[in-house]
Each structure stands twice: as structure tokens, then as C-alpha cells.
Design a protein around this ligand. Structure first.
Ligand SMILES: [Zn+2]
Length: 253
């Protein structure tokens, strides 16, 4: 009996320690205010491959950076024309961005044969890098946000964006002071455990972490609902459980 009591005490102490640790990390994260990021008024460019990437994967970053006073714009490298729905999807993208606070004048969709929406086509890294660099220079961008090397879902178009940004960084071609944040991909289990992933996200290394409030999650889901042509049953399910609609961890390149 005494042994059971002792074990229960130890378990309770362990649980309390764990909760305190997570709480402490959370408080630290809030007080650091995303250390290393450009400050209020910064021009931030989100670079995506398809209409719906912004809502499905980056909503916490968009809303989090807006909270920090950044001015956001979006550069989407394709119209999402894989099923010949490009025109519809461009309109849906504008509606989604409107919900997320990005005005139509700040949304650019590149719709050309160099960058087809097709997982079987490898976009040329040099071409992506050139288009991106021109956009960054013309718009005085301070911070670029895009996918990491795993591209969340492994889609080759997502991965191509990371390869281009990585090349620009490695060759020192980005304007001085322009930083790059890459969205950290997580494994399939973590991807669908919603806010339960928070302890894991707090424990693991990252340079920025954005966690949405309940109202903001509703806003992100509303943005996702604007992509009506994409809302197949499995996407509706993923909207309910996806961690990416609630939490984004990012690393500076
Ligand atoms: Zn995509």
C-alpha cells in the first residue's frame, strides 16, 4: 500500500513538474516576442506554391506577425491549375487573404508555364530564385516566410520554394537585413493532434512560435472555408484536427 502511495506521489510530482516546465517555456516564449525578427512596420512576404497554402499551413504565422505589427503581402507561385480550376482558385485565394487581413493589392499570383501546379514537375531553382529576388527588391521586403526543406506535405512545389530561398541565402543575394523564416514540418502524428502538440512545439528548438487564440483559429478556419473548390471531405477533417491551423514553429535561415 505504501509503495502504491509513493508511486502516486512520484507520478503527481512528475506531472506537476512537467506542467510547470511547459508553463515556464510558454511564458518565456511570450516575453521574448519572437526574438530575432524584424520589428513593427516590417514588410513581410509570405511565399507559397498554391492557393490555400496560406490558410492551410501559414494562418498562425500570418495572424501572429500581424499582431506584431508587420505589413504582410503574399507571393503565390501558381494558380493551382492542376485540375483546371486556376481561375476559381485565384478568386478563392483573394477571399481567403481578405479574411486573414491581406488586401488584394498585396497578393501576387504568378500564373505561367515555368511553375505549373504539379507534384511531378521540379521547378527550376534558379528561375524561382530570380522571380523571388526581383519581388523582394521591388517591394523592399524585410522578412521572407516560406516552407522548410520538407515542405509540410513533401509536395515538390513547396520544396522548390525552400530550395530557391536557401540558394539566395547561401549566395548572399538577398538585400542586406532581409531575413528568412522557414515553417518547420512535423511528422504525421503531430500534424493532426491540434493544440495537443503545444508541449512538443514548446520543447523543440525554433526561432519563432505562433499559437492562435480560439477566435483566431475560427478566423483561420473561415479563411480555409473560402477555398470552396478544395474542401473535399478529408480536407474538412484536417481543418478540424490540423496543428498547422493553430500552431506554427519557424526557424530563421
Ligand atoms: Zn501547396
Amino acid at each position: 500500500m505504501e509503495v502504491v502511495g509513493l508511486l502516486l506521489c512520484l507520478a503527481a510530482a512528475g506531472l506537476a513538474w512537467g506542467l510547470l516546465w511547459v508553463w515556464d517555456a510558454w511564458e518565456q516564449m511570450k516575453s521574448q516576442e519572437q526574438a530575432g525578427l524584424p520589428g513593427v512596420g516590417s514588410r513581410t512576404l509570405l511565399v507559397t506554391a498554391h492557393p490555400d497554402d496560406e490558410a492551410m499551413f501559414f494562418a498562425p504565422t500570418i495572424l501572429g506577425l500581424t499582431r506584431l505589427g508587420h505589413r504582410l503581402s503574399l507571393l503565390c507561385f501558381s494558380a493551382g491549375n492542376y485540375y483546371n480550376q486556376g481561375e476559381i482558385r485565384k478568386k478563392e485565394l483573394l477571399q481567403s487573404c481578405d479574411v486573414l487581413g491581406i488586401p488584394p493589392s498585396s497578393v501576387t499570383v504568378i500564373d505561367n508555364r515555368d511553375f505549373p501546379d504539379d507534384p511531378a514537375v521540379r521547378w527550376d531553382t534558379g528561375r524561382v530564385a530570380n522571380v523571388l529576388l526581383r519581388h523582394v527588391e521591388q517591394n523592399g521586403i524585410d522578412l521572407v516566410v516560406t516552407f522548410d526543406e520538407a515542405g509540410v506535405s513533401g509536395h515538390s512545389n513547396h520544396v522548390a520554394l525552400h530550395a530557391a530561398v536557401r540558394t539566395l541565402c547561401a549566395e548572399g543575394e538577398l538585400p542586406q537585413g532581409c531575413r528568412v523564416l522557414a515553417l518547420q514540418s512535423v511528422n504525421r502524428l503531430r500534424k493532426y493532434i491540434s493544440l495537443l502538440d503545444l508541449p512538443c512545439s514548446l520543447l523543440l528548438a525554433r526561432d519563432a512560435l505562433f499559437v492562435l487564440t480560439r477566435q483566431e483559429v475560427a478566423q483561420a478556419q473561415k479563411a480555409m472555408s473560402r477555398h470552396r473548390s478544395q474542401l473535399l471531405w478529408f480536407r474538412r477533417l484536417s481543418v478540424l484536427f490540423s496543428r498547422y491551423l493553430r500552431i506554427n514553429s519557424l526557424r530563421l535561415l
